[in-house]
Design a protein around this ligand. Sequence first.
Ligand code: MN
Ligand code: MN
Length: 260
Amino acid sequence: MIKFADSESSFDDANFVIYGYPFEGTACFRKGTALAPDKIREESYNFETYLLELGIDLCDLSIHDQGNLLIKDNQIENETLLEDSVRKIINKDGKKFPIGIGGEHSMTPPIVRAIKEKHSDLSVVIIDAHLDFRKEYEGNSRSHATTTYQLVEMLGKDNVYPIGIRSASKEEIQRAEQIGFDFRRNIDSINGPVYLSLDMDAIDPAYAPAVGTPEPFGLTPLEVIKMIDKLSSIMVGFDCVETCPPLDNGNTSSLAARIV
Ligand code: MN
Ligand code: MN
C-alpha cells in the first residue's frame, strides 16, 4: 500500500489521520474518482516536507495514513463503515484530526454525522462549484448531488456555509429559498468548531481540470489555501473529494496532494 508522504506515525501517536474512501458509485458524468486516494498519495511525494508558506516541516508533525476503507457495492454499508471509522479516529484520544481523501462527495454526510456527536455546535464549510442541493438524484437520496442538502437537514440551515457556488438547478435554488438557506453567506462569522469539505471542482478547471463535473469561472488554488488558513484554528476535520485521475495529466491530483 502506498502511504501519503511523511505519514510516518503510528495510529496511536498521530495527531493527523489520513484515510481514503475510494467510492464513486453515484458519479453521474465522468467516472474515475475511486482511483483518486492512491493517485493523490503518489503525487504527495513530489513536495518538500518543509512548507515554506507556513514555516512548518511535515516531518515534525505526527501523521498516520490508515489506507483506504474496504469499499463494496452497497453504498449504505460503505457509509456505515466510514462513519464508524471516523468515530474511532476522533474518539481515540481526543487529539486526532481526520483527513479524508475521496472518492466522491457523497462521503461527507457520514463523516459529519460522526463528528457532530462530538461537537454539537458544529458548522460545515463546503467549497464547491455546485450547490449539491437535490433531494435525490437518479433515485438516490445519498447521491453526491445531495450532499449539501443532507448536511442542512443534519445541522440546520444556519450551520452550513457553501463557498464558490456557480452551478445549481432552478429546483435547487427554489428549495434553498423555501427553507431560507442562504448559500452566499460570509464565513467570517463562524467561530465554533468547523468541518471543511473541499470539492475540487470549486477550483477553476484551468487549475483542476480532472474532476467528475468541471465548471468554469472557478476559484484559484491560492484563494482556497487562504480560506483553509483562515479556518485552520477552528477546524476539526477535512475532506478533499472529486479528483478524477483518468482525466488527469497530474495537475489536479498534485494540487489535491499539496492542499491536503
Ligand atoms: Mn460536490
Ligand atoms: Mn461539485
